[in-house]
Design a protein around this ligand. Structure first.
Ligand SMILES: Nc1ncnc2c1ncn2[C@@H]1O[C@H](COP(=O)(O)OP(=O)(O)O)[C@@H](O)[C@H]1O
Ligand SMILES: [Mg+2]
Length: 237
């Protein structure tokens, strides 16, 4: 339904003030991510990965520089417009899943469809529930699920509205290596079916190398940019 979107970061900075002292979480990043490609963002804890992802998804605004999603300057939009863009065009998978506690697993997924203005999603909700091994858990509330099950609900929710951009912050951090590989299979399969652009923050090199490109951060800057295993395996890549 949606095609992938090109991301462009121009001299991007994000500074936080912690008791008067500036922290340069993102310290001058220039990066272009091609539409429909998959990129891993890696680097040590505190190097700015989550901050960068928040800027890419318009959850936060930069203190300097610009974030472009295709022809739209995301960083110039007001919150209401950024929120509308997030609902319709972006799928987030966070480490903390942030499921709504009073909705069942399946209602959490359907709620994302409703937010995106897609009434029934052509049965994709049920299909994702099956694919992610959640059928027996679909009617449970988040606090009746394990961490790994909640994460899989979070992954289904991020994919169900077929977003142009999928953003993951340690999307498989709570899963054992087998479930983690299966969840990555699904993310990559959904990405390629939708033609979405996929950006995944991870400290797991087994995950990172499965994508087309690996960007390394340190102290809020890009210090490495190399190809992963998927590079060149796709038409036009
Ligand atoms: N809301 C915030 N307020 C103050 N400092 C923050 C905030 N968010 C992140 N930081 C700081 O910015 C730096 C980068 O953090 P983060 O993006 O979370 O790194 P990572 O995800 O790579 O671990 C860290 O020094 C962190 O303490
Ligand atoms: Mg982080």
């Amino acid at each position: 339904m949606s095609a992938g979107i090109t991301l462009r970061l121009e001299t991007l900075h994000k500074e936080f003030r912690v008791s008067g002292t500036p922290v340069h979480a993102v310290d001058g990043i220039d990066l272009e991510i091609a539409a429909g490609s998959s990129v891993a963002i890696v680097g040590p804890s505190g190097c700015g990965k989550s901050t960068l992802l928040g800027l890419l998804g318009g959850l936060e605004l930069p203190t300097q520089g610009q974030v472009w999603l295709g022809e739209i300057e995301l960083s110039a939009l007001r919150e209401a417009k950024r929120a509308a863009l997030r609902r319709g065009s972006i799928g987030f998978v966070f480490q903390s899943y942030d499921l709504l506690p009073f909705l069942t697993a399946s209602e959490n997924i359907d709620f994302q469809l409703a937010l995106a203005g897609q009434a029934n999603g052509d049965g994709r909700s049920r299909e994702l529930i099956e694919r992610l091994g959640l059928t027996e858990h679909a009617q449970k509330l988040p606090d009746q699920l394990s961490g790994g099950q909640r994460q899989r609900v979070g992954i289904a929710r991020a994919l169900v509205h077929q977003p142009a951009l999928i953003l993951g912050d340690e999307p498989t951090g709570e899963l054992d290596s087998e479930s983690s590989a299966a969840a990555m299979d699904l993310l990559l399969e959904a990405q390629s079916a939708i033609g979405a652009t996929l950006v995944v923050v991870t400290h797991d090199l087994d995950i990172a190398t499965r994508l087309e490109r690996i960007v390394s951060l340190r102290d809020g800057r890009v210090v490495g940019d190399r190809s992963g295993e998927l590079a060149g395996s796709r038409v036009g890549a």
